[in-house]
Design a protein around this ligand. Sequence first.
Ligand code: PGA
Length: 242
Amino acid sequence: MQIQVTNTPDELAILAADRIEELVRHKPDCVLGFATGSTPLATYQELIRRYRAGRIDFSKVRTFNLDEYWGLPPSHPQSYHSFMQEHVFQHLNIPADQVHLPQGHGIDEETACRDYEQEIRRAGGIDLQVLGIGTNGHIGFNEPAKELRLDTHLVTLTQATVLANSRFFNSPSDVPRRAITMGVRTILSSRRLLLLATGPQKAAILQQLFQRGISTELPASLLHLHPDATILADQDAAALLA
Ligand code: PGA
């Protein structure tokens, strides 16, 4: 696992977009794994800027998102379908049938999980997966636990995650308690991982990530085992690293 520290979140977004642009140029029909959350937004904006400038063509790109709330229809304003549509997909030329998110509504659990794994496999696997990190060390919605699930599955969110995500809802009681997420094997099967971390609120978990060994209680620590995992952190997030 490599780490690269940038002076500012904007600089981090440029570096992340550089990596994605390079991949799309080299392999126009690549498979990108996207994440929701606040951290990747600046990277997505940078990609949109480059698309508008005619630098990147996304017409052959296929995408898979990490996770989705369970029980929210795609049209719900807080669903990750809506988030991605608003912040990313409506601004890029990725055909709608090349965009994939886990289905969190109107489908049974087993079918939703199995279909998503199959779709990723049919696409040939993910070339580059963008990740955020929770302040509790989660990746996707794989929360700290004694045992982590391998493949796409349903999870009950921890109180910490419900509280962290309640900023997007009217109140914490409106946050869905369950979500569908890629499992840790799904994520680690991506050929390249790019974890983005910005801001002082991520400093303590990054410190743990580099001080502790691998633990299911810190799901992001599994990235130590991946042959091509890079962490991009801004100065604030990297403040406690030696
Ligand atoms: P954030 O979320 O980018 O909004 O901090 C990251 C995460 O919870 O994975």
